[in-house]
Design a protein around this ligand. Structure first.
Ligand SMILES: [Zn+2]
Length: 376
């Protein structure tokens, strides 16, 4: 097995790429979807089950883990992989996004962000240096630069100022990360929905040099059309021979559109979060399993799906356990949703490698437009 981090593009179809990221902890097939394991767990899933859905990598959240149980405690217990019993690659975010969305009493300065924990009000500081230290303590395979993401809508001047700060923090992140063979550091492009700012950000990141590049600052409420508008040009500003990661995306049709535009990696809480609220994602779109129409339905949620929820249980059973707030309802629907997302990624990879992406995407949209199977 390789001792270094590398990326190879194996096939292209239009702007879409199929490839593989190699790390000492295993390979990541791209385009890749990363389930989110916020607090050292993908909620309602055993790590073995996450693995069985076909996930090569998962995401951990620096902000949550630094507060509880703390990065130092996890390091003392052998690192995040051992702690949560997941031996494949882990990507950690920098904490920057969540400190802005979850913490209170935030104070942003050139140095970093001071804030109070949303759990117990305790005072903390996150800076590029501290974020790199935490992600190293966790033992993360792919480390993200500490950046600032302004909420949209924002004025061009606000976005430009924030982007410039993020680029100074990117350099500090690079310096603090140091030389760690086998571990990767990704830079994050900012610039909102403004092309010139995106170009300026990409140029700054390319000068620093990273192992991969994220398109940041999207999926923050700008809407799919605006997001695709940025993805029509932003990925092409980033180095061709490095992985490109779209943070926090998304719904299945967001993912398909992003892959068509040259994105290699994505993450989102959606499949796991919606699994806990009774929402199933299938080839036919979103299905609300709380709906009474499933009450007497002996058919699987999706007959084409190979996951345990679809192989062994009926819609009627899923409806019952969700309505009764039984824990297995969250477990089964989360498993199905993660399985569906990984099936979608495998389908995209196959289509790209055979030059059949356009047909795959047309079929994807046609099936969704048809809606869920008819009520019995
Ligand atoms: Zn299923």
């Amino acid at each position: 097995m390789t001792q270094r981090f590398s990326f190879e593009v194996e096939a292209r179809d239009g702007r879409a790429r199929k490839g593989v990221i190699s790390t000492p902890r295993g390979e990541i097939r791209t385009p890749a979807f990363m389930p989110v394991g916020t607090a050292a767990t993908v909620k309602a899933m055993m790590p073995e089950s996450v693995c069985a859905t076909g996930a090569d990598i998962l995401l951990g959240n620096t902000y949550h883990l630094m507060l509880r149980p703390t990065a130092e405690r996890i390091a003392g217990l052998g690192g995040l992989h051992k702690f949560m019993n997941w031996d494949r690659p882990i990507l950690t975010d920098s904490g920057g996004f969540q400190v802005m969305s979850l913490a209170s009493l935030r104070k942003l300065t050139e140095e970093g962000v001071r804030f109070a924990s949303h759990i117990d009000g305790s005072k903390h500081m996150l800076s590029p240096e501290r974020s790199m230290e935490i992600q190293k303590l966790l033992g993360s395979d792919i480390v993200m630069c500490f950046d600032e993401c302004p909420a949209l809508p924002a004025t061009d001047a606000e976005v430009a100022k924030s982007m410039a700060l993020s680029m100074r923090w990117a350099q500090r992140s690079r310096d603090a990360f140091g030389d760690r063979p086998g571990h990767a550091l990704f830079g994050i492009q900012q610039g909102g929905v403004t092309k010139d700012l995106r170009a300026e950000s990409a140029e700054a990141l390319r000068a620093i040099e990273f192992d991969g590049y994220a398109v940041g600052g999207l999926a923050v409420g700008e809407g799919q059309e605006a997001m695709f508008g940025v993805l029509d040009y932003a990925p092409d500003m980033l180095p061709e021979d490095k992985p490109r990661y779209l943070m926090g995306v998304g719904k299945p049709d967001d993912i398909v559109g992003a892959v068509e535009r040259g994105i290699d990696m994505m993450d989102c809480v959606l499949p796991s979060r919606s699994g806990r609220t009774g929402q199933g994602w299938t080839r036919h779109g979103q299905v609300n399993m709380r709906n009474a129409r499933h009450k007497d339905d002996p058919r699987p949620l999706d007959e084409a799906c190979g996951c345990p929820a679809c192989r062994n249980y009926s819609r009627a059973y899923l409806h019952h356990v969700i309505k009764a707030d039984e824990i297995i309802g969250s477990m089964l629907l989360t498993w199905h949703n993660l399985h569906y997302y990984q099936d979608l990624m495998a389908g995209l990879r196959d289509a790209i490698s055979t030059g059949a992406l356009a047909g795959f995407v047309a079929d994807f949209h046609a099936k969704r437009a048809g809606g869920d199977i008819e009520q019995l």
